[in-house]
Design a protein around this ligand. Structure first.
Ligand code: NDP
Length: 268
């Protein structure tokens, strides 16, 4: 029998997830159907529960329901606990397992780009949901340093303090890190959505090997355009991360890991 999955969000019409998972299913010959659910605000739990009661096997969760999904899950993976948010639910034996695959997706994409995290100095910009989701997966790769810079400085400091026992990590303002050099700069802010670029120093751009923006779109984001203008050799948007986190969800559900490179190329 065909197993049913879906992405749930509000809005949801723009999401690429159905195309990505249909491509994974074709590639791996897994018998799944993947739909799209627009849940009314305030009705995440009842909508997810109905999908499960009707035989649904799992959900991808997008804005604004990742915290609702965290509360909904009966059991959480460590990476979902550390993110404080759930982007993947797996329904099994009447229970919902909550996972967060965003961090694994980011690490997989940076690795695919041939840069990697091991031994590198990483500047992570932002301290919202996206940044929280990737801190532990980044530290697990044994970087030389993860520095978190955020506009609201106490949020960056608190996030760094939370994970200090797991690896070399510091939080502060953009100015605090303006004289330091980094191998990889990751934009986990939503600044690009507003046409803004976080206030980085020329020095930070000058020493970076990779500028990575979690936001993606048809054109380079303002941050990636600035990185290019400063001569950063590699720039990448978050489309690869989106596809890699989807592959990680697919693996959690089906136990099969799809190849992502051809699907990234197709969606480009
Ligand atoms: P949140 O709203 O939780 O956090 C937003 C963050 O951006 C905060 O740190 C905020 O700083 C910062 N910020 C907002 N505007 C500016 C600005 N003009 N200058 C500097 N900093 C700014 O959002 P999320 O963390 O959930 O998401 C961030 C981005 O990541 C989104 O654009 C989202 O689309 C993307 N994303 C992409 C994924 C992918 O698979 N490619 C997966 C998940 C997220 P402050 O704390 O000071 O307000």
């Amino acid at each position: 029998m065909t197993d049913r999955y879906a992405v749930i969000g509000n809005p949801v019409a723009h999401t690429l997830s159905p195309r990505i998972h249909a491509a994974f299913a074709r590639q791996t010959s897994e018998d799944i159907e993947y739909g799209m659910i627009l849940a009314p605000i305030g009705e995440f739990a009842s909508t997810a529960e109905r999908f499960r009661a009707e035989g649904g096997r799992g959900l991808n969760v997008t804005v604004p329901f990742k915290l609702d999904a965290f509360a909904f899950a009966n059991r959480l993976t460590e990476r979902a606990q550390s993110a404080g948010a759930v982007n993947t639910l797996k329904f099994e034996n009447g229970k919902a397992l909550g996972d967060n695959t965003d961090g694994a997706g980011l690490v997989a994409d940076i690795t695919r780009l041939g840069i990697g995290i091991v031994g590198k100095r990483i500047l992570l910009m932002g301290a919202g949901g996206a940044a929280r989701g990737v801190v532990l997966p980044l530290l697990d790769q044994k970087p030389a340093l993860v520095a978190i810079a955020n506009r609201t400085v106490p949020k960056a400091v608190a996030l760094a303090e939370q994970w200090a026992r797991r690896g070399p990590i510091r939080g502060g303002s953009y100015l605090d890190f303006s004289d330091a050099s980094f191998d990889v700069i990751i934009n986990a802010t939503s600044a690009s959505l507003h046409g803004d670029v976080p206030p980085l120093s020329d020095r930070t751009f000058a020493t970076a090997a990779l500028a990575y923006d979690m936001v993606y779109g048809k054109r380079p984001t303002p941050f990636l355009a600035a990185a290019r203008a400063h001569g950063v050799p590699h720039v990448a948007d978050g489309l690869g991360m989106l596809i890699e986190q989807a592959a990680e969800s697919f693996y959690l559900w089906r136990g099969v890991r799809p190849q992502t490179a051809s699907i990234i190329a197709m969606l480009r």
